[in-house]
Design a binder for this molecule. Structure first.
Ligand SMILES: Cc1ncc(COP(=O)(O)O)c(C=O)c1O
Length: 380
């Protein structure tokens, strides 16, 4: 098997940049020329363009996705001791901010096929102190928002959508109505970390909501709890998207649907090439969501994952484990309520998943090399 000429990366941001280089370089230079580095016109324009793209009333940009989650939990007046239910199989940031604010993260398992939060498990976890649910749209596919929203309505809970990995994904309700991920719950939180589907060239994030009052509060908390300059109505934080990042994001937002199409094309190739192998389970597409393939994640069955990763690394093919340790098995989130074996799906996924390179610049030659190499090892 021939190695490809180009170095394979999990995410190839350089090749992506080459295609928009002129626009990006000009946009950055313009910000430098007008020196409106913070809260300049680029930030306001990006905010308005993202509101239009998502079909949501308010987008409030901030410094990163972790801040977004923290700020909305502050804006919703969640208080120490309040319980917030979230998925165990997620990036740590989701649970981190809950714990940081003195709230209690209540972890629940996920569905084994689609990796999304198990709604029956949420229902079982709801108690008198529960205040909010944080569904995570993991790997680029929406959680079952219709069911999550029904449960939230029944129990009068906030829904904070973690859209860090799924910006642009669309949820389809049972009546056929479609809505973008992050615009369905009380509020959505996203990240513009460089490798995200809409990534800037540094850190960035945003919160979105249709609730005017909540938007005003989020805006205030992001800006030192300030209502009018030097008047502070609540304790806030300093969390801003800078103008250079906003200028870059405006250009990349125009490409976002093309980027999702390119990711889907790569996913289709992987699906076909790796189909019908009892040792590999390719990602299952949920009926209620499209997929923007932030990650392409396989479940291995009877394959030595570490050895596969080493075998691929020897062929210059990177592969990552998202995520190797369930939250309840992490030292920082250890809790006497939880022990090994309590979250069988999450635990099995953490032991068996492997993510292959996924980005907007994968060509068939590279995909063939990757899938041939995976099969070569698996079928040995
Ligand atoms: C599911 C999830 N939530 C939250 C975050 C936090 O975003 P950021 O890295 O911008 O703080 C990430 C990003 O890695 C994520 O994947």
């Amino acid at each position: 098997m021939e190695k490809t000429a180009k170095k394979i990366q999990m995410v190839d941001l350089k090749s992506q940049y080459e295609k928009i280089k002129t626009d990006v370089d000009t946009a950055i230079q313009n910000v430098i020329n007008n020196t409106a580095f913070i809260n300049g016109p680029e930030v306001k324009a990006f905010q308005a363009e993202l509101e239009k793209y998502l079909g949501v009333k308010h987008v409030i940009p901030c410094a990163n996705g972790t801040d977004a989650l923290q700020i909305v939990m502050m804006a919703l007046d969640l208080k120490p001791g309040d319980e917030v239910i979230t998925a165990n199989f997620t990036y740590v940031a989701t649970a981190e901010v809950i714990a940081l604010l003195g709230l209690k993260p209540v972890l629940v398992d996920v569905n084994p096929d689609t990796f999304d939060i198990d709604v029956k498990a949420i229902e079982k976890a709801i108690g008198p102190k529960t205040k909010a649910i944080v569904p995570v749209h993991l790997f680029g596919q929406c959680a079952n928002m219709e069911q999550v929203m029904a449960l939230a309505k029944k129990h009068n809970l906030f829904v904070i959508e973690d859209v860090a990995q799924a910006i642009g994904a669309e949820y389809t309700f049972s009546d056929g109505k479609k809505q973008k991920a992050g615009t369905i719950g009380t509020v959505g939180c996203t990240s513009f970390f460089p490798s995200k589907n809409l990534g800037c060239y540094g850190d960035g994030g945003a919160m979105y909501t249709n609730d005017d009052q909540l938007a005003a509060k989020i805006r205030m908390i992001s800006n030192h709890g300030q209502s009018v300059q030097y008047v502070h109505d609540s304790i806030g934080v300093n969390s801003r998207l800078d103008s250079i990042q906003a200028a870059i994001l405006r250009i990349k937002l125009r490409e976002l649907d093309h980027y999702a199409a390119a990711r889907n094309k790569a996913a289709d190739y992987y699906d076909k090439a790796l189909a019908n192998n009892p040792k590999i389970k390719t990602p299952v597409r949920a009926t209620f969501s499209d997929h923007v393939f932030h990650q392409y994640t396989l479940q291995l069955n009877g394959v030595n994952r570490t050895a596969l990763r080493e075998y691929l690394a020897d062929k210059d093919i990177p592969a990552m484990i998202y995520y190797p340790i369930p939250l309840h098995m992490q030292k920082a989130y250890a809790d006497p309520r939880y022990k090994e074996g309590d979250f069988p799906v999450t635990e099995k996924l953490c032991a068996s998943v492997i993510s292959l390179p996924m980005h907007t610049e994968l060509d068939n030659e590279t995909l063939k090399y990757i899938t041939d190499s995976v099969l070569e090892f698996v079928n040995k």
